[in-house]
Ligand binder design. Structure first.
Ligand code: SF4
Length: 229
């Protein structure tokens, strides 16, 4: 997908930046956002994939083994998944590199974050409609200790060549370039799941669900010795 939406709600952006709508700074942010929306070409790469095998703390998807107890439990009763990478795009990175001033650079970074959010929501809406998925959830390598960032190359391998397809590459430490990209595995589920439910990080601006200190014990912890459900 290379035609994802890139429009952002500038009123919401100003609220998140804590800027008065009538201020000169707000005018600058609005004109930066206009520029960014014109330049941005967000893209997504994904595939429909199938689960070959499930163990206690791993799943094999299209021949690739992912080691995560949480992913494994969340995929109970699931046979089809959608590995993906969504990016705000290199065009937007090049634009933000040309923005002068420290404060303006910060605003440009937040604008890119908003554009990635719009593109990601569009991607989810489109695959949900195209494949009749209903309620879905997603897991992302690196968002939990249980599924570390070092699993990222396997996800990229499952998708072929994200660098060639949508311009996203991995650094030696498995971070994505452009940084305003998100990768993961999306799947249909009746349960409500957000990584944030298992993440105790305080004051995270991107938190989507409250931390549940009992969820690991209740749902994911393997029984002593056998490591079974
Ligand atoms: S709370 Fe923040 S860091 Fe933790 S999983 Fe959610 S978004 Fe990621």
């Amino acid at each position: 997908m290379s035609d994802l939406k890139s429009d952002i709600n500038t009123a919401r952006l100003l609220v998140s930046l804590r800027l008065d709508e009538a201020s000169d700074d707000a005018n600058t942010v609005r004109s930066l956002a206009e520029e960014a929306m014109k330049v941005a070409k967000p893209k997504a790469l994904f595939k429909e994939a199938f689960i070959d095998e499930k163990g206690h703390d791993y799943v094999v998807i299209d021949g690739v083994t992912f080691k995560s107890r949480v992913l494994r439990v969340n995929l109970d009763g699931v046979n089809r998944v959608f590995p993906y990478v969504v990016t705000a795009g290199r065009e937007l990175d090049e634009w933000s590199n040309s923005v002068d001033g420290m404060l303006e650079q910060y605003w440009a970074d937040q604008i890119k974050e908003f554009i990635l959010g719009t593109a990601y929501d569009d991607f989810v809406a489109r695959i949900t409609a195209a494949y009749g998925l209903g309620k879905t959830a997603s897991m992302n390598p690196g968002s939990l200790e249980d599924w570390p960032i070092r699993e990222q190359p396997k996800l990229f391998g499952l998708l072929g060549d994200p660098m060639q397809s949508i311009g996203v590459e991995l650094t030696d430490s498995c971070l994505m370039i452009p940084a305003k990209s998100v990768s993961g595995i999306r799947f249909a589920t009746e349960s409500t799941y957000e990584n944030c439910q298992l993440c105790s990080r305080k004051n995270c601006p991107n938190r989507r669900a409250p931390y549940d200190p009992h969820l690991w014990e209740q749902r994911y912890k393997m029984s002593e010795g056998r490591g079974q459900n």
